[in-house]
Design a protein around this ligand. Structure first.
Ligand SMILES: C[S@@+](CC[C@H](N)C(=O)[O-])C[C@H]1O[C@@H](n2cnc3c(N)ncnc32)[C@H](O)[C@@H]1O
Length: 230
């Protein structure tokens, strides 16, 4: 299987090649460069849907959600494929003296075994190639403790003009065009189809849009969802 996956991987630009330079200019007006957490993540904790415990953030970028989780009492491991993102995340955490375990690693190098109470993905899965998706979701399932939670935030279709993916591509389109054009968009049905065998849906809704001066991050073109391991 791995040989086949690698053959399919080779048809696309490696994701590190895209993401490494993405973080080289920290002044670019990228919404998630601001150090504030997703509004839905804030809500899960404020409402008691998830409790502090051991957390893993996948594709953590410059660490805004990992930092928030630590501030709420979680012990956090966080990985990203971009060294520039991890350097930035470490700087932010060091300024606050937060001992977060940030590592520059691909999610496909991880093999956690029932270690985490909570796994969070904000914008990582929609950039994972379709043939790697099952492997990715199995890793998350295996890494969660029984009854642990998985939070997933990903592109919804139809918002190309305001920052979402320009084209709602199908998985098949991605292989035909050899690109995912910045990330695939998922319908609610597809998210449920991917997760429902192994996870119980606690909440699936669109992200609430937040003002620029809010302490929380919120853009209107993302799904947010919370799942419990069955
Ligand atoms: C849209 S950005 C979101 C960053 C961060 N989660 C946030 O919301 O601020 C997606 C992130 O996933 C990371 N990423 C993509 N593929 C990855 C992989 N295979 N392993 C680890 N990180 C990956 C990218 O480097 C990038 O930082």
């Amino acid at each position: 299987m791995e040989d086949l996956y690698k053959m399919l991987d080779s048809q696309f630009r490696p994701s590190k090649q895209f993401w490494e330079p993405f973080y080289s200019d920290r002044t670019r007006p990228v919404p998630f460069f601001h150090n504030k957490p997703d509004e839905n993540l804030h809500a899960y904790i404020a409402s008691g849907l998830i409790q502090p415990g051991r957390a893993l953030e996948l594709g953590c970028g410059p660490g805004r959600n990992a930092i928030f989780l630590h501030s709420k009492g979680f012990r956090v491991d966080a990985v990203d494929i971009s060294q520039a993102a991890i350097d930035w995340a470490k700087e932010r955490a060091n300024e606050l003296l937060y001992p977060i375990h940030f590592q520059c690693r691909s999610v496909f190098e991880l093999e956690p075994r029932e270690e985490y109470d909570f796994v969070y993905d904000s914008g990582c899965m929609h950039g994972i190639l379709p043939h790697r998706r099952i492997q990715y979701l199995n890793m998350i399932y295996n890494g969660l403790k029984p009854g642990g939670h998985f939070g997933l935030t990903c592109f919804a279709p139809g918002f190309g003009d305001i920052g979402g993916p320009q084209f709602a591509m199908s998985d098949w389109d991605a292989y035909e065009e050899k690109t995912m054009k910045g990330g695939l968009a998922f319908t609610a049905e597809k998210i449920r189809y991917l997760l429902s065998d192994n996870f119980e849906c606690i909440e699936l809704r669109m992200m609430n849009e937040m003002d620029e001066d809010s302490d929380l991050f919120g853009v209107p073109f993302l799904w947010t969802s919370l799942w419990r391991k069955k």
